[in-house]
Design a protein around this ligand. Structure first.
Ligand SMILES: Cc1ncc(C[n+]2csc(CCOP(=O)(O)OP(=O)(O)O)c2C)c(N)n1
Ligand SMILES: [Mg+2]
Length: 548
């Protein structure tokens, strides 16, 4: 036996060990996967390296679990998918991670290189169909390159702007022996201060009605402290979306949500941080026509063509926010009247919500469910949304207090992301509450992951808003055509019994008064749990646009 790491690393080992050597070097503790023979040597490497194998029931859930882990920690999430259908099953989740900039590394099995083109089982070249959805994609053709290529893929996923990376290993290459090492972990690079600080600071200095809108890129860039300092120095109201939620606590005096439309339209200068000007911002039209827009991100984004910013800042987000604070001086009391105006708009909207939160109807109003949950969730609870209208309501009223504690599918909008993300988040933070909000339609995609939770002892608490329809499609179609097709589900389906059969704690809630005790029992059970709440199909989330 070799006794030192250095000598061990110059000994030939099989490719699976080289993969896990790279994973260890980057602090990876979990491998999310679904079995396939192409992956056996990697599993053998995990066994020796002490990396936990988390085996799920569908490959997309493996990638979503890796993403949930990454979102909860800002560390790399890693999934291993078997050749062919394993990889193609993971594609929707890879696409989601791409639009969420989630640092996920997907390792693929692959038919053997020595027989390539002879018609091996599951022989398909994955690179053409994953390449548009990842930051880097490659096939490792030499055993002696496995550790360095794996480490490079993880490093690429974490480099700002972060995002998924893909690497596949031909069966023969990953089962054979070789010598290779991952090299040093480059660590987090916050990036340089952007050019254009003076121009942007001059706008902010002169602003009477500044506003800040920050998104997912702020979170990945670890910019929350600098955001807070700048907002406080400017006296600017802050709005957050995507993974930006929680980067300023919901109860901070400058954190607003309901007044977003009012404040972004009324702002004379707006600072957009770490978000593309996509449909979530009305393609740039969420800001007023006369609002001067400063746009900051770690890389250029082609969606600035939707609305040309007055100043485009491209650089490290934290460092640039710090430089902006220094250069714009700022006197927060200057904006007191503006803040009071935004506060009024916020309060009005919150008052208008109260009747729905208190609604005592049965089946329940979705808002009533969130009122019940708000009383039970800890400040650092991780809340994950997966569904249509039920989750839109959650996005509106669930308060987020810490970075990395709100997750949804993101702009790619793929239903089914929730259970996997919840598994990854709970493994990352076993001591925190992880609450998974599910539409009944959404449950169908990944509901079998409640088996994974039960089998592996991952106590996520799921809450279904069960309205018996694909609500977000049913209501708009009815509005457009006067009827709806393909948007009906069976009413009152006992998804709780499904979860119970899989080994989870389960509850059915029909009446508002049953909600609180059922939620309490679910959290106290210490087991994965599913609370199936019957909700009113007549309630339609009031939305302006559905598809664009
Ligand atoms: C993979 C995928 N398929 C289809 C859609 C389109 N879609 C968006 S929301 C929605 C309805 C969701 O229904 P449910 O989960 O029951 O939530 P509800 O709207 O009823 O609250 C559908 C089908 C999607 N976003 N993702
Ligand atoms: Mg539904």
């Amino acid at each position: 036996m070799m006794s030192t790491t250095a000598s061990a690393e110059s000994t030939a080992v099989h490719g699976g060990h080289l993969v896990t050597r790279a994973l260890r070097s980057r602090g990876v503790e979990n491998l999310f996967t679904l079995s396939g023979g192409h992956l056996f040597s990697i599993y053998d490497g995990c066994k020796d390296a002490g990396i936990r194998i988390v085996d799920v029931r569908h490959e997309q859930a493996a990638v979503w679990a890796a993403e949930g882990y990454a979102k909860a920690t800002r560390r790399p999430g890693v999934a291993a998918l078997t050749a062919g259908p394993g990889v193609s099953n993971g594609v929707s989740a890879i696409a989601g991670a791409f639009y969420n900039r989630s640092p996920v590394t997907v390792l693929g099995g692959r038919a053997p290189e020595m027989r390539w083109g002879s018609g091996s089982l599951q022989e398909v070249d994955h690179l053409p169909f994953v390449s548009p959805l990842v930051k880097s994609a490659a096939t490792v053709k030499e055993t002696s390159q496995i550790a360095s290529a794996t480490a490079a893929a993880i490093d690429a996923s974490l480099t700002q702007p972060s995002g998924p990376a893909f690497l596949d290993f031909p069966l023969d290459v990953v089962f054979m022996e070789g010598v290779d090492n991952p090299g040093a972990d480059p660590g987090f690079d916050p990036g340089p201060v952007a050019n254009g600080i003076e121009e942007a600071a001059a706008l902010l200095r002169g602003a009477e009605r500044p506003a800040i809108m920050a998104g997912t890129g702020l979170y990945w860039a670890r910019g929350e402290d600098e955001l807070r300092a700048l907002a406080e120095a400017l006296g600017a109201p802050v709005f957050l979306n995507g993974m930006g939620r929680g980067c300023l606590p919901a109860d901070h005096e400058l954190c607003f949500s309901r007044a977003r439309g009012h404040a972004l339209k009324g702002a004379d200068v707006a600072l957009a941080i770490g978000l593309p000007l996509d449909f979530r911002l009305g393609f740039g039209g969420s800001f007023g026509e006369d609002t001067k827009l400063i746009w900051l991100d770690v890389a250029r984004n082609e969606l600035t063509r939707n609305r040309k910013p007055q100043v485009e800042l491209v650089g490290g987000i934290g460092s640039t926010l710090a430089a902006l604070r220094e250069a714009s001086g700022g006197d927060p009391s200057r904006t007191a009247a503006w803040i009071a105006d935004v506060r009024d708009a916020e309060t009005l909207k919150r008052e208008a919500e109260q009747a729905e939160l208190d609604d005592q109807r049965s089946p329940l109003h979705p808002m009533r469910v969130y009122k019940g949950l708000a009383d039970l969730l800890d400040r650092d609870a991780i809340v994950i949304g997966d569904g249509g209208d039920f989750v839109s309501y959650a996005g509106k009223v669930v308060a987020t207090y810490e970075p990395g504690t709100w997750m949804d599918p993101g702009p790619y909008g793929c239903l089914g992301a929730g259970p996997g993300q919840a598994i990854g988040a709970k493994l990352a933070h076993p001591d925190r509450q992880v609450c998974l909000l599910l539409g009944d339609g959404a449950f169908g995609f990944s509901g079998l992951e409640f088996d994974t939770m039960a089998r592996l002892g991952i106590p996520v608490v799921g809450v279904i808003g069960n309205n018996g329809i694909w609500g977000l499609e049913h209501h708009p179609m009815k509005f457009l055509y006067g009827y709806s097709v393909a948007a009906e589900l069976a009413p009152e389906t006992r998804y709780d019994k499904v979860a119970e059969a899989l080994g989870c704690h389960a509850e059915l809630v029909r009446e508002p008064d049953e909600l609180q005790p059922a939620l309490e029992r679910a959290f106290e059970s210490g087991r994965p749990a599913l609370v199936n709440v019957l909700t009113d199909p007549e309630v339609a989330y009031p939305r302006k646009a559905n598809l664009a």
